[in-house]
Design a protein around this ligand. Structure first.
Ligand code: PLP
Length: 386
């Protein structure tokens, strides 16, 4: 029903992914498969809603109406059976800012904050830039799949105030199961560690998997959890800076709200509000088709790597549109892999070591593009890493 095959020229649209290639890779024409936004059109029902609002000639200060909150409540209930109250929802322009507000509001300089590498690298920056102490609880990789290391977490949780969780996990593509999340939360609660559950990829679940919001598991877990969600990855709206933080615990919520107040950023963005509502109210079918398309792109990549590339392996993908590719059998150093990708293959991927420990020898490839682009990327990989 929707055309995910269509090639859209994004050059010179002030796009990070396209227009920062020279600055980031030193080469302006790499095939860009790095930053996590999609090369697909934002669905028409969202564009129409934004254009309708844009027709009104005044773009003054705006509020988020009740319908906005109801669209989020309805989406979470419909999609994942998570029943939340409208009052639990706070606005943030992005998830990375929300992570920083959380670190600043609920920990003090020098406090321990746990991260589980390899993981989305702004987690590390939120700890370092706020002068907190980083505590690593690396994921375990076993037979190509990733797991939490509970034993290690038990040893370290006593030194921490906060854990930054990526659920589903970027970059390893795990959709954490309820039992795994329960076990993680039990250790955190026992040690009085607050959980920041970054669920920005929570809508991007491949067919056959199911996302469990950490805070939906039990009231006790919800009391210790701050959840971040957004329509930005789901509907390709990152440029509209509209995200949500969900906190059922009144004390935590009020503290978070005061932090937002101090910065006076709660006004938000009228187009972000309109787009978010349109997506959450109308996006079910589009999202299901999108995830089928991502599954197909991933299967294409996996079949090619399994059948034709002895030296490359791809991690199973359960969620997100990001493939985590293992280059270690090439025997090359990270810098050599990166140079070959950029200068020989002409591919702009995300460099594994940026994601911290466990990222060495890996590269992350963004699969949210027309299949013809994935085919081209695979051909180029084959020419260099056969
Ligand atoms: C796990 C994770 N959190 C947050 C973000 C970005 O959040 P925002 O752009 O809303 O700050 C990303 C984007 O890739 C992500 O993968």
């Amino acid at each position: 029903m929707f055309d995910f095959d269509k090639i859209i020229n994004r050059e010179y649209t002030a796009s990070v992914k396209y227009d920062l290639r020279q600055a980031y890779f030193g080469k302006a024409d790499v095939l860009p498969m790095w930053v996590a936004d999609m090369d697909f059109e934002t669905p028409e029902f969202i564009r129409n809603a934004v254009m309708e609002r844009a027709k009104h000639p005044v773009y003054g200060y705006s509020i988020r109406p009740d319908d906005y909150y109801q669209s989020i409540v309805g989406w979470l209930d419909r999609r994942i059976n998570w029943k939340i109250e409208k009052d639990w929802i706070l606005y943030s322009p992005g998830i990375v800012p929300a992570i920083n507000f959380t670190v600043q509001t609920f920990t003090e300089p020098g406090d321990g904050v746990i991260v589980q590498p390899p993981v989305y690298f702004p987690f590390f920056n939120a700890i370092k830039n706020n002068k907190r102490k980083q505590i690593l609880n690396p994921l375990i990789r076993k037979d190509g799949r990733y797991y939490f290391d509970f034993e290690d977490l038990e040893k370290k949780a006593g030194q921490a105030r906060l854990l930054l969780l990526s659920s589903p996990h970027n970059p390893v593509g795990r959709c954490w199961q309820k039992e795994e999340l329960e076990q993680l939360a039990a250790i955190c609660i026992k040690n009085n560690v607050l959980i920041l559950s970054d669920e920005i990829h929570g809508d991007l679940i491949l067919p056959g998997f199911k996302h469990t919001p950490m805070a939906s598991i039990s009231e006790e877990i919800a009391r210790h959890t701050i959840t971040c969600i957004a329509p930005s990855k789901t509907f390709n709206l990152a440029g509209l800076a509209t995200s949500s933080v969900i906190i059922s615990n009144k004390e935590l919520r009020e503290a978070f709200d005061r932090a937002l107040e101090r910065l006076h950023i709660s006004n938000g963005n009228i187009f972000g509000t309109v787009a978010s509502m349109a997506g959450y109210n109308n996006g079910d079918v589009w999202l299901e088709e999108l995830m089928q398309y991502i599954r197909n792109n991933f299967d294409y990549l996996k079949d090619a790597l399994d059948n034709d590339f002895e030296m490359l392996d791809v991690t199973p993908l359960e969620a997100t549109y990001l493939a985590w590719i293992d280059f270690r059998k090439t025997g090359l150093k990270d810098k050599e892999i990166k140079d070959k990708l950029i200068h020989e293959a002409g591919l702009g991927l995300s460099h594994g070591p940026l994601f911290g420990r466990g990222g060495e020898g890996f590269q992350r490839m963004n699969l949210a593009a027309p299949l013809s682009v994935i085919e081209e990327a695979v051909t180029r990989l084959g020419e260099v890493f056969h």
